[in-house]
Design a protein around this ligand. Structure first.
Ligand code: ZN
Length: 69
């Protein structure tokens, strides 16, 4: 038995291709243009550059010193 004749009247079921945006894939770093593995859409910078940025942003100005003169 073949359902070809019946399938003709059926609406075509087109599986929507999921846009690969928020899926882990290899991307190119916007800073150093190095190919790296991105965990998601929000990751456009490689870990190295990201680490550098975080490092600069996370460096306190040593204001927590308990020493007094
Ligand atoms: Zn980079």
């Amino acid at each position: 038995m073949s359902d070809e004749a019946m399938a003709e009247g059926e609406r075509l079921y087109i599986p929507t291709v999921r846009v690969r945006r928020d899926v882990p894939q290899e991307r190119q770093c916007l800073r150093c243009e190095t190919h790296f593995w991105s965990e998601g859409f929000g990751e456009r910078i490689c870990r190295r550059c990201k680490g550098l940025n975080a490092w600069r942003n996370a460096v306190p100005d040593s204001s927590g010193s308990s020493r007094r003169r």
